[in-house]
Ligand binder design. Structure first.
Ligand code: HEC
Ligand code: HEC
Length: 220
């Protein structure tokens, strides 16, 4: 994190304390279909998100925040709602989610991030990434091809289809974030996945496999 960004993050946390945003507000309803949000209106409303997730939807601090650029709007919508409902929890993001109180605002914000140029990563360790690639397309010993990520996350982690926001885009996502999510699914500290699909996959993965697949995906 640069000094400026650190100051920003500290300010956000401070303001939330002073402003009296306490327990999560659970105002956001239902789910979002493709085309329901207005990306133009969302751009302005997303200003409070850009401080961490970037104006272009690319994380300002790869070790702390995920990319949202090009992610399916319906998926972004579901996650923010899950943070509000406490189906998913994070000290920073849970408070941020509670600040979005209008359903239409969240639809617009989600449509804005979704309209941006899709996230792109930076290749790292080629050997580790190639191990991760095998896992991505073929699965592993323990789970066989059940764990083949491609079945649900599509070629190169690019997701399935705009109209199928159930399975997020994970290619080009930040490495540290990918590792954290997989470990959280494995430990059960993140359990908002429909039908425990990710829990079953993550529980059958070793920490080394998690690192390898994150290396592969964050380089796409
Ligand atoms: C102060 C920093 C900060 C701000 C501002 C912020 N977020 Fe986040 N956001 C985070 C962190 C940290 C995570 C990762 C949480 C985790 O590890 O589970 C996150 C995760 C998310 C995710 C989940 C991404 C995924 O791929 O599942 C979404 C969606 C999201 N934020 C949307 C928003 C929106 C919309 C706003 C503005 C209303 C916002 N965030 C503002 C820090 C922030
Ligand atoms: C049977 C389908 C299925 C398979 C196979 C699968 N996933 Fe997932 N994955 C999902 C679903 C569904 C979600 C969204 C959960 C939610 O709604 O919060 C998800 C979410 C994720 C996330 C969180 C993304 C984010 O932005 O927060 C990561 C990371 C992930 N999967 C990685 C993987 C990897 C790596 C593999 C292969 C080892 C894999 N998945 C295999 C269904 C699957």
């Amino acid at each position: 994190m640069t000094k400026r960004n650190r100051i920003f993050a500290a300010l956000v946390v401070l303001l939330m304390g002073v402003g009296g945003v306490h327990a999560a507000e659970k105002n956001i309803a239902g789910s979002m279909r493709q085309g329901e949000g207005d990306p133009k209106a969302g751009k302005e409303k997303a200003a409070m998100c850009a401080g961490c997730h970037g104006e272009d939807g690319m994380s300002i601090d790869p070790t702390s925040f995920p990319n949202l650029a090009g992610q399916y709007a319906g998926y972004i919508y579901k996650q923010v709602r899950d943070f509000q409902l406490e189906n998913r929890s994070d000290p920073t993001m849970s408070s941020m989610a509670s600040m979005v109180t209008e359903t239409q605002d969240l639809k617009d914000i989600a449509a804005f991030f979704s309209s941006l140029k899709t996230m792109k990563g930076t290749p790292g360790d080629a050997k580790l990434a190639s191990e991760g690639k095998v896992l991505y397309y073929k699965g592993n010993k323990k789970l066989g091809d059940y764990a083949a990520c491609v079945r649900c996350h599509g070629e190169k982690g690019k997701g399935k289809d705009k109209n199928n926001a159930l399975f997020p885009i994970i290619g080009g996502q930040q490495k540290a974030y990918l590792i954290k999510q997989l470990k959280d699914f494995k430990a059960g500290t993140r359990a908002n996945d429909p039908a425990s699909m990710m829990a079953m996959v993550a529980q059958g993965m070793s920490d080394k496999e998690i690192k390898a697949v994150a290396e592969y995906l964050s380089g796409l």
